[in-house]
Design a protein around this ligand. Structure first.
Ligand SMILES: [Zn+2]
Length: 420
């Protein structure tokens, strides 16, 4: 088993580096000329800038993948977790306290090590391409808020799960799954009005003409929501976006102010129609159901691994009979799981890309395909998103279809609608 984990760790790194390398080469080779389809709308300077941005992000992702692998090695066979386990053991903490302290210590360590990467991404990478609007103070205030929020919400949940693990029983993981399901549903309902406002200000959409236009669209599509809001995304970044949040009566539509500034009303309407499409076609509900189903499978697997003494041993940690090991199993599981689940990334991305096409078609039916094309072109340009992604990299990572594919379909539907 030792060997199995080592091989999977190696393959995971090689695959990630290979995919990033492909993307870098593919984009670099196509950086000097705008694809014919976009020749009239995207300038060469913007196209080159998008290529440089894409490549810079990939290089950074490669560095992160390497550091992540080294960290995995240091924690497991390098003895990091063993050391922590023994040190906490010598403090004579009791069962649940011991488990909780171990998991919290590892999470704190991982969070701390991620901080310089997040900083570099914001103040070097994003800054270099003119996207950053954050100050250093805002960055660290955000980090502190995230930690406090994570602790307030996560520690009680973690304690409850560890307690269920301790109590055992043949299907403790089923109880943990019910707990997790309830927690994540509550969180999605509470997110828009409890959590998001800690980081951003949300104001109801002000523009009266635009509000009416949106009101008509909501009526046409039979949609009731808790409102359409703008978010001060420009405080942190010039990237623009729109999203749909919340569940049931609490659901709302959020536009970044950066998006509202840049798009014409008909384009905003088309983007909103796309977001409504996700809701109307049950993409959001499907997403929730499938993520809960996946959580059930993972928890069942965790329930089995908890009873397998070889699991910790093969990852380089010798457990002791006088110390609890549930926290340790949970940490190791959290480290190992992403290595295996990366195999499913193409499936996840494929489902997401299909949903994007469906939402585009919905927008073409209920708003205007031409307006959505113009909005997409602006967004690609402003966000310096590449128009020429590597197809293999795309299979793994892209939640949205390549620009050319989306726009071709929209244009085809626009011309089909124009012919009687
Ligand atoms: Zn979408």
């Amino acid at each position: 088993m030792n060997l199995l984990f080592a091989v999977v760790l190696g393959l995971h790194l090689v695959l990630k580096l290979w995919l990033s390398g492909r993307q870098v080469r593919y984009v670099a080779l196509r950086a000097q000329s705008v694809p014919e389809q976009f020749a009239g709308t995207i300038g060469l300077d913007d196209h080159r800038r998008a290529a440089r941005y894409t490549i810079a992000k990939q290089r950074f992702a490669m560095l992160e993948a390497i550091v992540g692998t080294l960290l995995f090695l240091a924690l497991t066979w390098g003895g990091g977790l063993q050391w922590l386990y023994d040190v906490l053991g010598s403090l004579r903490a009791d069962g649940l306290g011991f488990d909780l302290a171990l998991v919290a210590a590892v999470l704190a360590l991982l969070g701390l090590l991620d901080l310089p990467f997040a900083w570099w991404r914001q103040f070097r990478l994003e800054e270099h391409f003119g996207f950053n609007r954050m100050t250093q103070a805002m960055f660290f205030a955000d980090a502190l808020k995230s930690v406090l929020l994570g602790a307030a919400l996560g520690l009680p949940l973690l304690a409850a799960v560890l307690q269920l693990m301790r109590a055992g029983g043949p299907a403790w993981w089923l109880a943990a799954w019910l707990l997790w399901s309830g927690f994540s549903l509550l969180l999605s309902i509470a997110y828009p009005w409890l959590i998001a406002p800690l980081f951003n200000r949300f104001t109801p959409l002000g523009d009266e003409a635009l509000r009416q236009r949106i009101g008509h669209l909501l009526e046409r599509t039979g949609f009731r929501s808790n409102g359409v809001y703008t978010m001060d995304g420009s405080r942190r970044s010039t990237h623009g976006n729109a999203y749909f949040t919340g569940l049931g009566a609490a659901k709302r539509i959020v536009f970044y102010d950066t998006l509202i500034e840049r798009l014409h009303p008909d384009e905003i309407e088309a983007v909103l129609a796309h977001e409504l499409g996700h809701f109307r076609l049950h993409h959001i509900a499907k997403g929730i159901v499938s993520s809960l189903a996946i959580a059930l499978v993972w928890l069942a697997l965790l329930g089995w691994l908890q009873t397998q003494p070889w699991f910790a041993a093969s990852l380089g940690v010798a457990t002791r009979a006088d110390l609890p090991s549930n926290g340790l199993v949970l940490v190791l599981f959290g480290l190992v799981m992403p290595l295996f689940s990366f195999v499913f990334a193409p499936l996840r991305s494929a489902v997401s890309r299909r949903h994007e096409f469906e939402a585009d078609a919905f927008a073409a039916r209920h708003a205007s395909a031409g307006s959505l094309v113009r909005a997409l072109l602006k967004l690609y340009q402003e966000n310096a998103a590449t128009l020429t992604p590597d197809p293999v990299h795309s299979v793994f990572y892209d939640s949205h279809p390549p620009a050319s594919a989306r726009i071709n379909r929209l244009l085809a539907s626009a011309s089909a609608a124009a012919t009687p």
